[in-house]
Design a protein around this ligand. Structure first.
Ligand SMILES: Cc1cc2nc3c(=O)[nH]c(=O)nc-3n(C[C@H](O)[C@H](O)[C@H](O)COP(=O)(O)OP(=O)(O)OC[C@H]3O[C@@H](n4cnc5c(N)ncnc54)[C@H](O)[C@@H]3O)c2cc1C
Length: 393
């Protein structure tokens, strides 16, 4: 039996960040990853905002940033385009990363902080003692081994089992899941200085995206809400239809096809229990409007790693102590997740004409800074009827 202070399950952005901060706080930390290589296969559009990397202590680096864009263009179904530059968006848009390199960069930083990394090691269950979680049963190359730890951090992604094993309510409704499909395409035409988002029935309940990785290389993908399509496979029909409607993109060749799902739900009601914290997709921290989850996974990973260090100092691994993790991540990201969940719920019911009216109205109001709050404020002044659509006034 192997024993550590902290066991982190899953070496995605959330897990590697948690392992880095736990190791840095003095915890003997092990990070396990079921795959043979961290970061592959990639299941991501690879778009991240600019302004938060410093919050997790990672400087932007050519080691993982592939391209910097100036902002985003949001296209309504009627073709209206809302251009949002990076400054207006509060640097909420900005980089296309190579996700494989990014995930390995974060894992390497965890190792440099002192974490041990074990690849090809899957958690298959939790170890408990007196109702408290004290580690995980794992499998490595056909061999079963138990890893004991004072604190387990579950960072095992969208298909997380750790939360369910711990008895936390992790079930997702159909309307809280988007099925995604993406092609990495080369020799495509378009303006690579902006990332593009297409709303409306081209991607029911979600959106289509074009995220540029180079002058003529882009990730072209979309997410569709499972409550609005017949089956997950329909994402391909919608993506092929989207491409057919955009000849400059359609002329390109597909280098890679990526399928996956994102939660567009509220975050879990509880993300801690005795001896356990859940971070990132495992805790349903994906933004329900954008489908972006890297930032929140990393922020939560940082808080979880720091709290693990504090728990070690206090020799207290109870859910009462670990609630300080819960309080920290909620203070940082919960308000936005809840507001965007309400927006996503309204968008699910909107037809193309209404979405176009809203984008036209937003494009019509001068905004120094684009955020849900400023948009609602201006709409309240100029288009109260449209604001009523959101019932958020
Ligand atoms: C098609 C698609 C496009 C996306 N585009 C974007 C985007 O452009 N920008 C953005 O911010 N977000 C995007 N996302 C979401 C983003 O990928 C996730 O939010 C992010 O990866 C969450 O990080 P994580 O660390 O929580 O989980 P993950 O990155 O999923 O990492 C979980 C890790 O745990 C490992 N694991 C799972 N089970 C076990 C186990 N039992 N034992 C050991 N290891 C285990 C997995 O192999 C994996 O490495 C996209 C998602 C999809 C599907």
């Amino acid at each position: 039996m192997d024993a550590y202070d902290v066991l982190v399950i899953g070496a995605g952005p959330g897990g590697s960040t948690a392992a880095r901060f736990a190791a840095r706080s003095g915890c003997r930390t092990v990070l396990i990853e079921k795959r043979a290589e961290i970061g592959v296969p990639i299941r991501c559009g690879e778009g991240i905002a600019k302004d938060w990397l410093q919050e997790i202590g990672i400087p932007p680096s050519p080691k993982f940033v592939q391209r910097e864009v100036q902002g985003a263009r949001v296209f309504a179904p009627d073709g209206t385009c809302l251009t949002v530059d990076a400054a207006m968006a509060g640097n909420e848009v900005g980089y296309t990363v190579d996700r494989g390199l990014f995930d390995r960069y974060l894992a390497a930083e965890a190792a440099r902080a002192g974490a041990e990394i074990r690849i090809r090691t899957s958690a298959v269950g939790l170890l408990t003692e007196g109702g408290r979680i004290v580690g995980a049963r794992c499998e490595h190359m056909g061999r079963t081994l138990d890893i004991r730890a004072h604190v387990v951090i579950g960072a095992d992604g969208f298909e997380s089992q750790v939360g369910r094993w711990a008895g936390l309510a992790t079930h997702l409704k159909m309307r809280d899941i988007d099925a995604c499909l993406e092609y990495t395409m080369v020799d495509v035409g378009g303006d690579p200085t902006y990332d593009d988002f297409y709303l409306g029935s081209c991607a029911p309940g979600g959106y289509a995206w074009v995220f540029w990785k180079g002058e003529d290389i882009a990730n072209v993908g979309l997410g569709v809400n499972l409550s609005l399509v017949r089956e997950r496979g329909d994402a391909k029909l919608y993506l092929d239809r989207f491409l057919a409607a955009h000849p400059a993109l359609a002329r390109g060749q597909v280098l890679q096809e990526i399928a996956g799902a994102v939660s567009v739900s509220l975050p879990l009601e509880r993300t801690t229990t005795d001896g356990l914290m859940l971070v990132g997709d495992a805790a349903r921290m994906i933004d329900p409007v954008t489908g972006g989850g890297i930032l929140n996974a990393c922020l939560a990973g940082k808080f979880a790693g720091e709290v693990a260090g504090e728990a070690l100092l206090a020799a207290d691994y109870s859910s009462t102590f670990l609630e300080r993790y819960e309080r920290r991540w909620r203070a940082r990201i919960e308000e936005q997740l809840c507001r965007n969940y309400m927006i996503k719920e309204r968008l699910l019911k909107m037809d193309d004409a209404t979405i176009s009216r809203i984008i036209r109205a937003i494009a019509d109001v001068p905004l120094e800074r684009v955020s849900a709050a400023t948009i609602f404020e201006r709409l309240r002044e100029r288009h109260p009827d449209i604001l009523a659509q959101f019932e958020l006034a």
